[in-house]
Design a protein around this ligand. Structure first.
Ligand code: SF4
Ligand code: SF4
Length: 391
């Protein structure tokens, strides 16, 4: 939620400086600096909003380093709305100039432009020419594995007895880099009796723009989504980062993470093949701290007979993915990623379930660089495969 200047100072004043949020803040744990803690940032926000301190580079650095993971919000006994404070501060005082974010803007906004890039990239990968591309364009090293792009139909009707209809939110990153999760979602929803609508005009949730302080772009994207989706149908998101952004700003519609929706469905006639495997679950911050829905992922995966579902140790700490954070703050993002990789190695994880594309891409890239064989999959893809889904 964006706040007025008066609301910003009033909300900041609600912080009683108790410090209970400090041990939960990933950046404070790494730097040990009060200015990189939630309490310190709130004090800085209050001082800048009241003109006591200047809006200078040091202020921007401390706000930029915040992951917007909102662990502090979950820990706060006074329910200070840190998310609203930092979103408003970024929009009001910090407009981040990042060349990659600026270049990516039209591709984030328009799906056909993003497809125009992913098609040739996919062809290059099919021809085993990605290594050549990465030599010529070093930035291509940041790219994840490319799946074959999909041109979505507007409706995927169920062939089972109809239980209802839902809208599926594609998400810019999921559509570009993990459309298998979207196809798996359609498979599971259709199998359980749901028609799946995919409004063609939908666009990005706006979270990346908001994180960069570009409230005009974020509002434009929210407006486009508001006009695209039927308010009578729940909008299901497969990326909790998108779900969190939509829940906060697209308030006219019912937003649900797909796992939350699915665990409440009737599974009595669903056939799920057993899977004798231990699956570790990574809890994305947006699922845990904003949607408060991380339990649904475990409940969903526990429907797979014989599967052993475990939480990844250290789940309460952010992985450093955090939207575009790994691009804008690579040093801190890598420090946090290394902690995650250490936990994955210590637990000898073979399959890691993650319900957020930002975390999946960030952790997968770290695993790839470390030559680890751990697979990172969306929980929906894992259960869909046990229900006959083939990518
Ligand atoms: S949102 Fe996360 S990184 Fe930012 S102050 Fe809160 S706990 Fe720290
Ligand atoms: S826990 Fe809440 S009230 Fe206490 S310092 Fe943190 S934000 Fe302020």
């Amino acid at each position: 939620m964006m706040l007025s200047l008066k609301e910003l100072t009033t909300e900041a004043d609600r912080c009683v400086a108790c410090g209970l949020c400090l041990p939960h803040c990933p950046t404070y744990r790494k730097t040990g600096s009060e200015a990189d803690s939630p309490r310190g940032r709130i004090q800085l926000i209050r001082a800048v909003s009241q003109g006591i301190l200047p809006n200078n580079e040091r202020f921007k650095e401390h706000i930029d380093l915040c992951l917007s993971c909102r662990s502090c919000e979950s820990a706060c006994p006074n329910s200070v709305s840190y998310g609203a404070l930092v979103d408003t501060t970024r929009a009001r005082y910090i407009q981040k100039k990042n060349i990659w974010l600026s270049l990516a803007k039209p591709f984030i906004r328009h799906r056909h432009l993003s497809n125009a890039v992913t098609w040739p990239l996919w062809l290059l990968s099919k021809l085993n020419l990605m290594a050549v591309l990465k030599r010529v364009v070093p930035a291509a090293k940041l790219l994840p594995a490319i799946q074959k792009p999909i041109v979505w139909k507007s409706l995927y009707p169920t062939t089972q007895a109809t239980q209802g209809a839902v809208s599926l939110f594609l998400g810019c990153a999921t559509n570009a880099f993990d459309n298998r999760t979207l196809s798996a979602s359609i498979h599971v929803l259709n199998t359980l009796g749901y028609d799946v609508h995919i409004p063609n005009a939908q666009t990005c949730c706006g979270s990346i723009a908001r994180q960069a302080g570009d409230d005009i772009e974020a509002s434009l994207l929210i407006k486009k989504n508001t006009d695209s989706f039927d308010p009578a149908m729940p909008i299901l998101t497969t990326a909790s980062g998108c779900g969190a952004g939509l829940k906060d700003y697209l308030t006219t519609h019912r937003i649900q993470d797909i796992s939350t929706f699915l665990v409440a469905c009737d599974w009595s006639s669903a056939q799920i093949a057993p899977l004798q495997e231990r699956i570790y679950v990574q809890d994305p911050c947006s699922l845990r701290n904003v949607l408060k829905a991380q339990k649904a992922v475990y409940d969903l995966l526990k429907k797979i007979p014989e599967a052993d579902i475990q939480a990844l140790p250290g789940n309460s700490q952010c992985c450093g993915g955090a939207g575009a954070y790994s691009v804008t703050q690579p040093e801190m993002a890598n420090q946090l990623l290394n902690d995650k990789l250490t936990a994955i190695t210590a637990s000898q994880v073979t399959t890691l379930a993650s319900a957020n594309i930002g975390c999946s891409l960030h952790i997968s890239k770290g695993l790839e660089n470390a030559h680890a064989t751990t697979r990172v999959m969306h929980p929906i893809e894992i259960i869909a495969k046990q229900m006959g889904f083939e990518a």
